[in-house]
Write a protein that binds this ligand. Sequence first.
Ligand code: 13P
Ligand code: ZN
Length: 281
Amino acid sequence: MSTSVIESKGYIASIEAPFIQEMAEITHHMWELGWDELNGGNVSYLLDEEEVAKYINILEPLRVINLTFPVTELAGKYFIVTGSGKYFRNVIKDPEANMGVLRVSKNGESVEVLWGLRNGAVPTSELASHFMSHIERLKVDPTHRIVLHTHATNVIAMTFTHDLDELKFTKTLWEMCTECLVVFPDGVSVIPWIVPGSSEIGRETAKKMKDHRVVIWPQHGIFGTGSTMDSTFGLVETVEKAAIVYNLIGGREIKQKITDQQLADLAKAFNVTPKAGILNV
Ligand code: 13P
Ligand code: ZN
């Protein structure tokens, strides 16, 4: 078999990797929802070495990129991430140019690019927030795999008109749709407005990730985490749905709502524990 046949076989195999397909599908879906204008949003997905090695040559890294924030806790771990400045609209058409598979170096100070990020592209500028969030979520949930950041339109709008106190913000979201308390009994957290792409926003986001799966960035967007693409996207989708309802109500007179007692009954029926300090029952 000629080298070109082997190479083209290898390339086809990479593009068919389920984790690449999942990333391409979810970024396309989020773009269709209007959440990821221009290059808005980024996703990172922790992968198993064995799974990566089935599709990608892990023995010959393409290049090394230094990190400005060491992540020793993630040494040797594999991720697929979206590229910085890349449009979600384009990922599905050309996954190799718009995403990359990375391995964190042994000292946690750099990443090796194993696939993708063609033509010198670099990982998302929010890599600090992603990596620091992965570290915190893995401490509390060994099944954790995904960090998803998106500019969910109604969540952003809500951060202009609603109090940013996270207990109040959570309670309003719970009140908007009956399923919310069941989907995120742990509530949502909110950080102050901080310059995106910075290590500072990464550290503040990660602090919240110690006990939340969702962090809201005022006037910017949302970070959601989870074990699977479905559950992570579903979580963000549910928060956004509640924000849509909140914005639709838009300050008009509320004639009836879900009471605290009903929310408590709901939690009991679905066997979830609502975040403390929110319900008055
Ligand atoms: P990247 O294109 O670097 O991923 O940045 C997009 C974004 O949403 C910044 O918060
Ligand atoms: Zn963003």
